[in-house]
Write a protein that binds this ligand. Structure first.
Ligand code: UD1
Length: 340
């Protein structure tokens, strides 16, 4: 298939571009580079050995989105592009709702006008909210999220579901990611957050290269194995493979829309992750325990059974693999991707 990857220059998008090409698909990228660098593209081209067509614009511009579909032949869309910082979304809710919803509306409109009916959406485990039983299962009914960011995921899932149910031929896979970490085995692409990282793994990696003094562990009095929060970390290359599996499965889907958890099914604590990262780096890393972060849940992980049985997908890489690959990327690229 010829697949439009929105946000294809971002962390998960870029790894998915490589997985798609390796699986024999053609790729077209649309990205406004608001949270990624254009130099990613050169690395994708050298790693894949292929020219990657890139359209640099903001998908909320419906006219440009329409023209993209006029000019490129597209068989399916994988939609990553969106704002994703939880804290920022609380401060700027309208920007988050507008950006994440309008981009989806523009894509869906253009797809409908051009007869494109295959859609894979980058959703998140955050849609399970605060009350879903752990491990999370896809058929949990009461989706909600405490942050505007998370709520945009809930809303876009709903929009796509309504469209898919009413529009002949539509097939939508909603992929609910747990905590993606790691980097491509080449060490040439990886997560490159702008500013101070919000998330654990990129923060740890920056401590290890000396860009940050120490990790602050957000609370050690949770009812977990060692008092620190547990999450279901999965390797970004496993996650990328999950997108290819979902895309290839769309035609076989008996319902117009289906959600899939992409996770390992195992929880790992913050301290366990810290120690795994120390093993990868080969030395101890400085940390201190601070207060809890508002909005954090003690522990959650996926029930990945559905993805295993229906997509034939399972995460294969270990926590140590995730840390080794993150470290290979971060140590070779301490400043992330170059500006030019
Ligand atoms: C966060 C978001 C989630 C989003 C996901 C991907 C929150 C509450 N949740 O998930 O909605 O989908 O990122 O962007 O922000 N930790 C530390 N010190 C740090 C950073 C993190 O101890 O400096 C801990 C956190 O308390 C948490 C764990 O590490 O227990 C993982 O945190 P993080 O990587 O931010 O992911 P989530 O909070 O699970």
């Amino acid at each position: 298939m010829r697949v439009l990857v929105s946000g294809g220059a971002g962390y998960i998008g870029s790894h998915t571009v490589l997985a798609l090409v390796a699986a024999g698909h053609d790729v077209v990228v649309v990205d406004d580079f608001s949270n990624s660098k254009p130099t990613v593209v050169g690395r994708l081209e050298s790693l894949s050995g292929r020219h990657i067509p890139v359209h640099a614009f903001d998908l909320t511009d419906a006219d440009k989105t329409e023209r993209l579909f006029d000019h490129e032949q597209i068989d399916a869309v994988i939609h990553f592009a969106g704002f994703k910082a939880v804290g920022e979304s609380v401060a700027k809710p309208l920007q988050y709702y507008r950006n994440n919803l309008d981009s989806t509306f523009a894509l869906v409109d253009a797809m409908n006008r051009h007869g494109v009916t295959k859609f894979v959406f980058s959703s998140s485990a955050t849609v399970y909210g605060e009350k879903a039983p752990v491990p999370y299962q896809e058929d949990y009914e009461f989706l909600s999220s405490s942050s505007p960011y998370g709520q945009t995921k809930v809303m876009v899932e709903r929009v796509l579901s309504d469209v898919a149910h009413i529009t002949e031929g539509w097939k939508v896979a909603l992929l609910r990611y747990f905590n993606p970490v790691g980097a491509h085995a080449s060490g040439q692409i990886g997560e490159d957050p702008q500013g101070i990282p919000n998330n654990l793994m990129p923060f740890l990696a920056q401590v290890a290269v000396g860009k940050r003094d120490k990790l602050v562990v957000f609370g050690d009095d949770y009812p977990t194995v060692d008092g620190t929060c547990e999450r279901d970390y999965l390797h970004v290359e496993d996650l990328a493979a999950g997108h290819v599996a979902a895309l290839d499965h769309l035609d076989a889907m008996t319902e117009p829309v289906r959600a899939f958890n992409l996770g390992t099914g195992t929880g790992t604590s913050v301290l366990q992750m810290l120690h795994a990262f120390e093993r990868a780096v080969g030395r101890e890393l400085p940390f201190e325990v601070g207060p809890r972060r508002a909005g954090d849940l003690a522990a959650f992980w996926a029930d990945p059974t559905r993805a295993q049985s229906e997509l034939g997908w399972r995460a294969t890489r270990t926590i140590d693999d995730m840390c080794v690959d993150t470290w290979r990327w971060q140590s070779a690229n301490p400043q992330g991707f170059p500006d030019a």
